[in-house]
Write a protein that binds this ligand. Structure first.
Ligand SMILES: *[C@@H]1O[C@H](CO)[C@@H](O)[C@H](O)[C@H]1NC(C)=O
Ligand SMILES: *[C@@H]1O[C@H](CO)[C@@H](O)[C@H](O)[C@H]1NC(C)=O
Ligand SMILES: *[C@@H]1O[C@H](CO)[C@@H](O)[C@H](O)[C@H]1NC(C)=O
Length: 427
């Protein structure tokens, strides 16, 4: 029943969006028309020649209008509000980098992995991953959450919240916004007697309160390791009330694999057997998965770096290795890109959390000596695996400026940096 309901809601919303989109387009066209005086032609010389040739036809008028829509930075009705989506894959340091925004202070509403619920529900519904359902649901859930609307999101929480109350929000405590005073309802005696927040005894989450608190914040940030194709996020860009900034976090695929092998040992049993004994064949599907992951990340990054029209000025690529080495500088760059103030609170948090001693760090911990930890994989990853990743993910390594190792000595020698100095131009 509940699953059907979720799917129905998605379908209904798809209809609403189609309807809404035509309104938005006409609104923006009106706005653009009123801006265009003969003395100030739009982007002189900037029009694609294809659009110039056919501008009599309806199709090209539509194209032209769309092109203008995509190229105006100031058409948004976002009123200075910024919407940041931190995109990554697992084991790339995204919890740590997410904290850069979580710690911003009272002005930021930060959500940690809301799509976890959507992925779970859709996987349950389809008995496996359903790419179509994902493509439909992810962008719309995110879009609504950026508007502080939890309606669609709520339909994916399992069990379904009752009166907008849920004790089951995934990693609620990773979001300061969901643990602050205003969102902390009292513990319910005998019902959900658990501490739901880090430093407060909060009862189950009241999503109405969360939404109200969100509406009061100036900026909004969401972190997700679940969106793999940047392309599906286009609907967010086309919402004129959102001033979207995509921050794409990547990490050396060799390091990611090394980290995954430690974090999910059961999943990598076959790899471990292969490491010990070359006669044990490595599962072809595993290699294929690795290749697909690398290719997907690379293709998304290429779309962003090539400044695909819809992403222009809204995409920033960051390597985790650079953040680990220069956390303050890179955080500053991210804040500058996002267009929001880099607060003393964030700076203090970064100082405190990038220089911690080994004792305080755990597997999912964000408290690490970052410049030390980021290279640890070089001592544990078998050379054989490094070679395999280089073979399978070569183009991805090249694009992000990760050097290939030709010998085990080179892999282990920390005086040799594996990161080329690379500037990813994002404006
Ligand atoms: C996948 O999702 C689409 C769209 O929601 C739906 O039409 C299709 O039936 C789903 N496929 C499976 C196998 O559930
Ligand atoms: C949740 O918060 C809303 C808004 O403040 C409030 O009206 C509602 O009564 C709360 N629900 C519960 C069960 O406390
Ligand atoms: C962190 O690790 C780096 C590299 O090994 C080292 O130079 C630095 O002193 C360490 N910082 C702290 C506070 O432990």
């Amino acid at each position: 029943m509940r699953i059907k309901y979720g799917i129905l809601v998605v379908f209904f919303l798809a209809l609403v969006i189609i309807e809404k989109e035509s309104n938005i387009i006409s609104r923006v066209t009106d706005k653009l028309a009123s801006r265009q005086t003969p003395q100030t032609p739009i982007q002189p010389g900037g029009l694609p020649s294809t659009a110039r040739k056919h501008n009599a036809s309806v199709a090209s008028a539509f194209k032209l209008m769309k092109w203008r829509l995509e190229n105006f930075n100031d058409y948004q009705a976002a009123n200075g509000r910024k919407h940041i989506l931190l995109l990554a894959t697992t084991r790339t340091g995204s919890s740590f980098v997410g904290e850069f925004f979580n710690q911003q202070g009272d002005n930021m509403f930060y959500l940690y992995e809301p799509l976890w619920h959507v992925e779970n529900m859709l996987t349950l519904a389809a008995g496996g991953t359903n790419a179509t359902a994902v493509t439909n649901a992810y962008p719309e859930v995110l879009r609504q959450l950026f508007h502080c609307d939890f309606t669609l999101f709520e339909s994916f929480i399992n069990p379904l919240p009752i009166d907008h109350i849920t004790p089951s929000l995934f990693r609620r405590k990773s979001s300061n916004s969901l643990c602050e005073e205003a969102v902390c309802s009292p513990l319910v005696k005998g019902v959900y007697e658990r501490y739901h927040c880090r430093n407060r005894r909060c009862g189950p989450l009241n999503l109405t309160l969360a939404s109200e608190s969100c509406l009061h914040k100036e900026h909004r940030a969401i972190k997700s390791v679940r969106v793999h194709q940047l392309e599906i996020l286009r609907p967010l860009m086309e919402d004129p009330r959102l001033d979207m900034k995509f921050i794409h976090l990547v990490r050396d695929p060799r390091a990611v694999l090394a980290s995954r092998m430690v974090a999910f040992p059961a999943k990598y049993k076959n790899w471990k057997q292969w490491i010990m004994d070359s006669d044990v064949p490595l599962d072809k599907n595993e290699v294929k998965k690795l290749k697909n992951n690398c290719d997907t990340i690379r293709i998304s990054a290429q779309a962003g770096l090539r400044r695909t029209a819809w992403l222009r000025g809204r995409y920033m690529l960051v390597r985790f290795e650079d953040i680990a080495r220069f956390p303050m500088r890179k955080a500053g760059e991210m804040y500058k890109f996002a267009g929001i103030p880099f607060t003393p609170q964030v700076k203090a948090w970064i100082l405190k959390n990038t220089q911690a001693s080994k004792k305080t760090s755990g597997l999912y911990s964000t408290q690490k000596n970052s410049s030390e930890q980021v290279e640890n994989w070089r001592f544990t990853l078998p050379f054989k695996i490094a070679q395999l990743v280089q073979e399978v993910c070569g183009p991805t390594l090249k694009l992000f400026g990760y050097k290939f190792v030709s010998t085990e000595e080179m892999l282990r020698d920390k005086s040799i940096s594996l990161n080329e100095d690379k500037v990813f131009d994002f404006v």
